[in-house]
Design a protein around this ligand. Structure first.
Ligand code: CP
Ligand code: NVA
Length: 330
């Protein structure tokens, strides 16, 4: 039994070594096959899981709920306005109360510090379901999808094109580099990732021969890339920056011309979702120029975005099972 996982938090993918990430990804792939076979072993029977959400969510919330129920646990959704977290009660006190009742806590919210405080005081594993800085469970699903489509992580080139300093970019850069990928962050200079984080990613890339490139040059950044990844131009909480982001990021929209610049005809398109790719949503109807990808690329055969969304559930199941039972095998 791989007991090194028991009781651990997942606040960022710094919390796990390359070998541990590999074990979680292998476990996720096995769990996906197991679910397809119809088997439902209840690894988390009798456990209660708190799901704290300060921001909205489709995939993360549903992935935690379905994964918990598949494994026999009870998930309890604690939405914005349902609990006192940080308003009428300190995060430290809420953490200590929830830790007395729940075996694990998922947190999605604004400040990364809140996730750290919950982890410090709850006494049970805390899983980061997205903060302003990081989105580690997303990065696990991203890596799983790259393995499914490209067979391996080491040496595989991925260009993240867009807001290069958001939570998704930060987690993908750290995780991909650690796993030996050739990660390119392609963004206008105003949206480059923080220098310290880039240095950290480069240093963690050394173990498996990974590479991190940060460039504003789309042509150079995507040349030879086997995977193109993007995310929304303004993340939750940044709505006021939308016009500025449209100005900065329009040259970075993922369209057929950009995909052709990769030079390959089997390039995979990834996006954490939700994605603006047509004018069929309220926001994109109002601001058609908001779209970070075209409909053509989003709906193309190379687009793996719905596999990626499904993989959120398998990877989150692996994280919960590993940290609550210590096992990473079926
Ligand atoms: N990708 C992702 O985290 O989606 P949700 O915001 O729907 O959870
Ligand atoms: N960067 C996006 C990711 C959503 C899943 C946001 O934080 O809104």
């Amino acid at each position: 039994m791989a007991t090194e996982f028991l009781g651990k938090n997942l606040l960022t993918l710094r919390d796990f070594s390359a070998e541990e990430i590999e074990a979680l990804l292998d476990f996720s792939i096995a769990l996906k096959k197991e679910k397809a076979s119809g088997a439902r072993p209840k690894r988390l029977a009798g456990k209660n899981i708190a799901l704290i959400f300060e921001k909205p969510s489709t995939r993360t919330r549903c992935a935690f709920v379905v994964a918990a129920v598949d494994e026999g646990a009870h998930p309890e959704y604690l939405g914005k306005g349902d609990i006192q977290l940080g308003k009428k009660e300190t995060v430290k006190d809420t953490a200590r109360v929830l830790g007395r009742m729940f075996e694990g806590i998922q947190f999605r919210g604004f400040k990364h510090r809140t996730a750290e405080d919950l982890a410090e005081f709850a006494g049970v594993p805390v899983w980061n379901g997205l903060t302003d800085r990081f989105h580690p469970t997303q990065a696990l699903a991203d890596l799983m999808t790259v393995i499914e489509r490209k067979g391996k992580l080491e040496g595989t080139s991925l260009a993240y094109v867009g807001d290069g300093r958001n939570n998704v970019a930060n987690s993908l850069m750290l995780a991909g580099a650690k796993m030996g990928m050739d990660i390119r962050i392609v963004a206008p200079e105003e949206l480059f990732p923080g220098e310290e984080l880039v240095a950290e990613a480069r240093s963690s890339a050394e173990g498996r021969g990974g590479k991190v490139t940060v460039t504003a040059d789309v042509g150079a950044g995507v040349a030879g890339a086997e995977v193109i990844y993007t995310d929304v131009w303004a993340s939750m909480g940044e709505e006021g920056a939308l016009q500025e982001r449209i100005r900065l990021l329009t040259p970075y929209r993922i369209d057929r011309a950009l995909m052709e610049k990769t030079g390959g005809d089997d390039c995979v398109f990834l996006h954490c979702l939700p994605c603006f790719h047509n004018t069929d949503t309220d926001l994109s109807r109002e601001h058609p120029e908001i779209c970070e990808a075209t409909e053509e690329v989003f709906e193309s055969p190379g687009s793996a975005v719905f596999d990626q969304a499904e993989n959120r559930m398998h990877t989150i199941k692996a994280v919960m099972a590993a940290t609550l039972t210590g096992t990473t095998s079926l």
